[in-house]
Write a protein that binds this ligand. Sequence first.
Ligand code: AMP
Length: 285
Amino acid sequence: MKAPEVIETVDALRARVRAWRAAGDTVALVPTMGALHAGHVSLVELARRRARRVIVSVFVNPTQFGPNEDFARYPRPFGADLDKLAMAQADVVFHPDASEMYPEGFATTISLAGPAAAGLEDKFRPTHFQGVATIVAKLLLQPLPDVAIFGEKDFQQLAVIRQLARDLHLPVEIVGAPTMREADGLALSSRNIYLDERQRKFAPNLHQAMQWAAGRIRAGEPVELAVREAAAAISAAGFVIDYLEVRDARTLAPPTPGQKPGELRLLAAARLGTTRLIDNIAVGD
Ligand code: AMP
């Protein structure tokens, strides 16, 4: 098992990619904020199938956190992350510090409309997607990989990044990867460690109620009714719901009457105590 090379500067990253390119190698990028779990590892495995070389970036991006969010306490177990990335056979771990990514005088922000203004995450985290778009644009432009892998777990984020890449003609293929879950259905997340024992027991109710609602919609029940009943079950499990909504899976716009379940996505964000969980599933089979 070979430890990945840790690179901390953009210049060194570009030099490494130049050498790979000279040897004819293709390159994949997997952006992360670290605190890696099996979901991240699945992205690295997909990256390995898509390109000869794999870069995993580990950077807790301050600009995508709101002032009252968990930036300071976000877990940063870098040693354990490196072990996982060695197992997953990443070639390079790009681990810049904040001053490398945002040097003094930094003044550019990328903001989007479209999926970034769909009224889901953006309603509750108004500056989040401009932070995401800015850092992802930088992370794509630094190594200029052939392909970059993002999880469907952050479904609105994936739509935002596809829009960003399209609008800026970024020459990188954006690939979405399925959500990895615990056996009880809870989506893997670096934030699950915030849950206490009792909250962890109730946490899978979110996904279970979402699956139930999707099943009812597939069976012909009106969307609003299925969503209302699922919301009641989620609240009864102790969650405070930020949103639980069915949207067009491609545009994230509200569904039009008669739209087929196969074109729809059910998206949710809900809080258990101070921990905010997000999840989404296809409504169709
Ligand atoms: P994060 O470090 O949590 O910002 O996530 C880095 C990447 O991993 C993003 O593209 C996420 O969508 C993806 N990701 C997070 N959780 C999961 C999961 N449970 N399954 C698959 N991918 C995930």
